[in-house]
Design a protein around this ligand. Structure first.
Ligand SMILES: Nc1ncnc2c1ncn2[C@@H]1O[C@H](COP(=O)(O)OP(=O)(O)OP(=O)(O)O)[C@@H](O)[C@H]1O
Ligand SMILES: O=P(O)(O)OC[C@@]1(O)O[C@H](CO)[C@@H](O)[C@@H]1O
Length: 305
């Protein structure tokens, strides 16, 4: 079973207007509320692809009820821990350009954390846990790492989509895959990445530090997969960009779902790329139909120095 963990879910409040003028009263042309949070997005794409999964995390208040109902409506399997405080609302403004205003997230009590963490005792070596998204301020920076240690003690795999020090700390526990984008990779090692060779050299550092597979996403430039013996590259298919929210989550879902099913990293990379682009070309997250439309356009080649 694949589990996704969204510690800090959200209602993604999508607001569309032609022009946003700061300091003025602006009127929306269109708005929509979607269940959001990176792990939840991963779960939604996994489900589209037919990979059985359960979404875990914390939900509270009327906003938490909204997210829960929306996920039930989508037919997602969930096991969220209820909390007293309200789940956050993240504002996504689509005007001349895209602006996101994400909430910090609710406080989570020690008892709520205990109830959540107890679920990890049931894991088996057949399970994979995907952590994605920010922590809430009341949790320690080692929250993911402590859970990862439990996961590894059960022989299960984990995937983590985070950045900076929080990512580096998890590498000795051998994540199945990590997926920084090229900017995050540069920041992680305090370097400038001026060429594919630079990106590959720094992605290799993540392998050396313990990651089993490294993907580097490069938005409209496509992506790279770096393994011990090979580097694969793909351009991104061309299309009209409608929504960039969730492209990275979709890539993680496509890659991890396919890898755990087929054990074929190249096939998994292909699905990851197709899911990322399919979401970019959709209003909400990609549907299976859109992913299947994009899949034949993905061409992976081996990259050599
Ligand atoms: N403009 C685009 N055109 C085509 N494909 C895209 C585009 N943007 C993203 N993708 C696809 O989605 C993948 C993931 O996107 P990106 O590199 O933006 O991840 P990210 O920075 O984690 O995204 P986000 O945080 O916005 O979800 C890319 O590797 C690419 O395959
Ligand atoms: O604040 P975080 O947890 O880093 O990111 C949360 C978020 O921006 O990520 C998703 C897109 O990747 C959205 O659904 C959600 O609002």
């Amino acid at each position: 079973m694949i589990y996704t963990v969204t510690v800090n879910p959200a209602i993604d409040y999508i607001v569309q207007l032609k022009n946003l003028t700061l300091g003025e009263v602006n009127r929306m042309d269109y708005d929509n509320k979607l269940p959001g949070g990176k792990g939840i997005n991963v779960s939604r794409i996994l489900k589209e692809l037919g990979h059985e999964n359960t979404a875990l995390g914390f939900l509270g208040g009327f906003t938490g009820d909204f997210v829960d109902n929306a996920l039930q409506g989508l037919g997602l399997q969930t096991s969220f821990t209820r909390i007293a405080a309200d789940t956050r609302i993240n504002v996504k403004i689509k005007a001349q350009n895209e602006t996101e205003i994400n909430g910090q997230g609710p406080a989570i009590s020690e008892a709520e954390v205990q109830a959540f963490s107890a679920q990890f005792e049931q894991l088996t070596p057949q399970d994979t846990v995907i952590f994605a998204g920010s922590l809430v301020p009341s949790l320690s920076n080692d929250f993911y790492l402590d859970l990862i240690k439990i996961i590894r003690s059960k022989g299960a795999q984990f995937v983590i989509d985070t950045t900076g020090e929080s990512l580096l700390k998890t590498l000795p526990e051998h994540p199945l895959v990590v997926k920084p984008n090229n900017h995050e990779l540069a920041e992680l090692f305090g370097v400038q990445l001026n060429s594919i060779a630079d990106i590959v050299a720094n992605a290799r550092k993540l392998l050396d530090l313990g990651a089993q597979h490294v993907l580097v996403s490069m938005a409209a430039e496509g992506g790279l997969m770096v393994t011990k013996d090979h580097v694969y590259r793909s351009e991104a298919p061309k299309g009209t960009v409608i929504n960039s929210v969730g492209a990275g989550d979709s890539m993680i879902a496509g890659f991890t779902g396919t890898l755990t099913k087929t054990n074929d990293p190249q096939e998994a990379f292909k699905y990851g790329l197709a899911c990322g682009s399919a979401t970019t070309f959709s209003e909400d997250l990609a549907t299976r139909e859109k992913i299947e439309e994009i899949l034949p356009q993905i061409k992976i080649t081996e990259w050599h120095e």
